[in-house]
Each structure stands twice: as C-alpha cells, then as structure tokens.
Ligand binder design. Structure first.
Ligand SMILES: Cc1cc2nc3c(=O)[nH]c(=O)nc-3n(C[C@H](O)[C@H](O)[C@H](O)COP(=O)(O)OP(=O)(O)OC[C@H]3O[C@@H](n4cnc5c(N)ncnc54)[C@H](O)[C@@H]3O)c2cc1C
Length: 297
C-alpha cells in the first residue's frame, strides 16, 4: 500500500487489458477508480471526498493515447490524450480548432501536460472546459464495459454534478467527432477569476456553419459550462439563430435565450446573477466573432 501525507492509502494497479480493467472496476465498485492524469482524482482524495482503495491506471491501454483523423470518418481521440497533446495536434488545430482552444484553456501548461480529455469528461464536473466543445462538435463517447463496447452521444453522458452515464465496470476509451461541415467557424470564451489557470466562472462555446436547409441559411450551436448542474447546449438559442437572419437583433435574442437556459449556483467563484449575465455577454461576443469568421470565409 502507498501512503502519502494528506492522502489515504491505496493500491496502484496497472491494467493489462481493457477487459481486465473493466472486470476490476465491476468487482470493486466504488473502491476502485480509473486513473488518468490524477489532477482531479488526487485533489478529491486529498480533500477526503473519496477514498478509493485501488487506483487503476488505464492510460497505456490500446488506443487511449492515439489521435486519428480521416476526412470522411472524422476524428477519434483517445481518452488519455492530454490537453497539451490535443491542443497542439495539427489535425485537431486544422479541423477542430474549437477543441484545441478549449483544451488549451484548461488550467496552466504544467497541469495540461497531465490532465486528459477523458479525465476532464468522466469527472462529470459542470465546469469541465472541454465539455462545451465536445457537445457543440457533437462528439460521441466510446465506452468499454462488461458487455463490450458502446457509443454514447455526449449529450446523453452528463447526468448531474459528478454523475455520468458510465455504468458499473465501464470506462471511456475514446471520443469520436464527425467530420466538421465545410467552412465551419468556432470560438470558446472562458471567464475565470484569473488568466493563470482556474476553473471557469462561465464557459461558452459557439460553433457556426452555413446550411441551406436552415431558414437563415446558417446554423449555430452553443455549449455552456459552469452555469447548470451539467454542461449543456442552449437549444432554444440555437433554434432562434436557425430561424432568423444572422444579424445583431438575432444575436441579442439568442444571447438572451442562452441566458434563460442557464440555472447556475453562486459559489466562491461568482454569484448566480453575475453568471447568468455573463452567459448573455459571452454568447453575444462569441456569436459576433463566429459570424465575422463565417463572413470572411
Ligand atoms: C490547479 C487545478 C486547476 C484546474 N483547472 C481546470 C480548468 O481550468 N478547467 C477544467 O476543466 N478543469 C480544471 N481542473 C480539473 C482537472 O485538471 C481536469 O478536469 C482534468 O482534465 C482531469 O483529467 P485527469 O486526467 O487528471 O483525470 P483524473 O484525475 O485521473 O480522473 C478524473 C475522474 O475521472 C475518472 N476517470 C478518468 N479516466 C476515466 C476513464 N477513462 N473512464 C472512466 N472514468 C475515468 C477518474 O476515476 C476520476 O474520477 C483543474 C485542476 C487543478 C488541480
């Protein structure tokens, strides 16, 4: 058993296969936790929030650290890919700049060398910076469990603070993204207490592209973090944007609707009223920036 000041004792187990990892997780239930970068896990253990007896290292398992891009199939990014790896990968930068931007907004450089995409998402925090990007890019999670592999849309994964759709014995192995529409534009805006790396007060991802099936000829997707029990899409705002011409009036209406979809709490970082107002402001700013990119394209 390993013992550290401030940390409860635990066994470190390096899983040999996905099957073994899944069986160990199923067998030990809450007493075992998958370990990626440990930046969330160890903080919660240190604070006594959780006391797992087994930390199951799964970072090295097949596909966990791979980034594979195909023009037709899109992007598959392993759950153990770190924030810095995602943010710097040429295919992510070229085709999914929103994901690169979101990954690069997490904490500080040193932490981004440890923190993984899978850990950020499986932690189930409403403040996860990569969640709004994953939601607006319509990512799907590859989950491996006792019954084999399944894929789940990101929109069905987040169930509440710290709660996800992961079943007993399941772990996330990868995130898949469809090929982005031609000429898409995007922006992630994060408001934090400082620029040196802190959880967001509000995070807003805006993704836009031309679409002749929409009455306005454009579609925009909006993802929000830190303003509800789960990261979410502002669907009513998105509908208003698809139905009305992309101008200042529509953007203001959509920003208002995005604010209405937020149900934040007040905490040490900011009050609820301030957070709601910032959803409106950041959404408006994001829409203007994305529209500017679309017009120039
Ligand atoms: C100083 C500091 C600053 C931070 N700033 C930010 C920030 O700006 N933005 C932000 O979003 N987050 C921030 N965080 C939180 C954290 O760093 C991120 O959420 C990080 O991405 C977690 O990844 P990890 O690899 O360290 O996960 P871990 O800590 O290893 O795991 C997190 C949780 O997910 C579970 N898990 C991990 N991998 C899997 C898997 N494959 N399948 C199933 N469950 C799994 C673990 O068991 C654990 O419960 C910060 C943390 C610290 C300590």
């Amino acid at each position: 058993m390993l013992s550290r000041p401030g940390l409860s004792s635990f066994d470190y187990v390096r899983a040999s296969t996905l099957n073994e990892a899944s069986h160990l997780l199923k067998e030990h239930g809450e007493a075992a936790r998958p370990l990626m970068g440990g930046t969330d896990l160890f903080a919660r253990m240190r604070d006594g929030v959780i006391r797992p007896q087994i930390l199951l290292d799964v970072k090295h398992l097949p596909g966990m650290r791979e980034i594979v891009y195909d023009e037709q199939a899109g992007l598959t990014i392993g759950a153990a890919v770190t924030m810095n790896q995602a943010a710097r990968h040429p295919d992510v930068q070229a085709h999914y700049p929103l994901l690169a931007e979101a990954a690069n907004s997490v904490a500080a450089y040193q932490l981004r060398n440890r923190a993984t995409l899978g850990g950020n998402l499986c932690n189930g925090s409403p403040a996860a910076d990569t969640a709004p990007a994953v939601l607006t890019l319509e990512g799907r999670f590859v989950l491996y469990g006792p019954a084999g592999e399944r894929e789940l849309p990101a929109s069905q994964f987040f169930l509440g603070p710290g709660k996800t759709a992961l079943q007993p014995g399941e772990l996330m192995t990868a995130i898949r993204f469809p090929a982005p529409p031609d000429g898409a534009a995007a922006k992630y805006l994060k408001l934090g207490r400082n620029k040196a790396g802190d959880l967001s007060i509000v995070g807003v991802a805006v993704f836009g592209f031309s679409d002749t099936t929409a009455p306005s000829s454009y579609r925009f997707r909006i993802g929000l973090a830190s303003v509800a029990p789960v990261p979410l899409r502002a669907t009513e705002a998105e509908e208003a944007l698809a139905a009305n011409p992309p101008d200042e009036e529509t953007f203001a209406l959509a920003a208002e609707k995005a604010m209405e979809s937020a149900s934040p709490i007040g905490d040490v970082r900011a009050g609820a009223i301030y957070r709601r107002a910032m959803v409106r402001n950041l959404t408006l700013r994001g829409l203007r920036e994305v529209w500017e990119q679309l017009r120039k394209a």
